[in-house]
Design a protein around this ligand. Structure first.
Ligand SMILES: [Zn+2]
Length: 141
């Protein structure tokens, strides 16, 4: 185990513990890999921004808007992660089924991005996916 001062690409510095041996430069490689990326906070922020790309502006107090955007960014990330498994964990599944899953997931993401009420997201925070699944179905009619 050793501590490394990592200088991330975003300009932030972090001291990290890197475990394991360094007989073949394993720890050094891990440190170099970490230095080739932004820090965890910036990476998280970049993912949040990517998930909220194209999102409609929310109405509500500053606190509500920030919370609601966190909630929808996380829900969108979860859906994207689930859709990504279609090509890895469901290789043998029927293409029609996969296409339908993908279409449904993308429609839910679209409905979440189109939401303009911070309160609506916060009120439905425990079932965002099913709520916006219903919204998407309604919109498709
Ligand atoms: Zn950073």
């Amino acid at each position: 185990m050793a501590q490394y001062d990592i200088h991330h690409t975003c300009g932030h510095e972090e001291t990290v513990q890197i475990y394991g041996t360094n007989v073949h430069g394993e720890r050094t490689r891990k440190a170099e890999w970490l230095e080739s990326k932004p820090c965890r906070d910036c990476e998280r922020e970049a993912v949040r921004e990517a998930n909220l790309a194209g999102a409609a502006e929310l109405e509500g107090s500053e606190k509500q808007v920030s919370w609601a955007n966190d909630l929808r960014a996380k829900a969108i990330g979860d859906i994207k992660a689930k859709l990504a498994t279609l090509d890895t964990q469901y290789i043998a599944a029927a293409q029609d089924w996969k296409d339908a899953q993908r279409k449904a997931g993308e429609a839910i993401i679209e409905a979440m991005l189109a939401e303009t009420s911070a309160k609506a997201i916060i009120d439905n925070r425990d079932n965002l996916v099913s709520h916006y699944g219903a919204v998407a179905q309604q919109a498709a009619k």
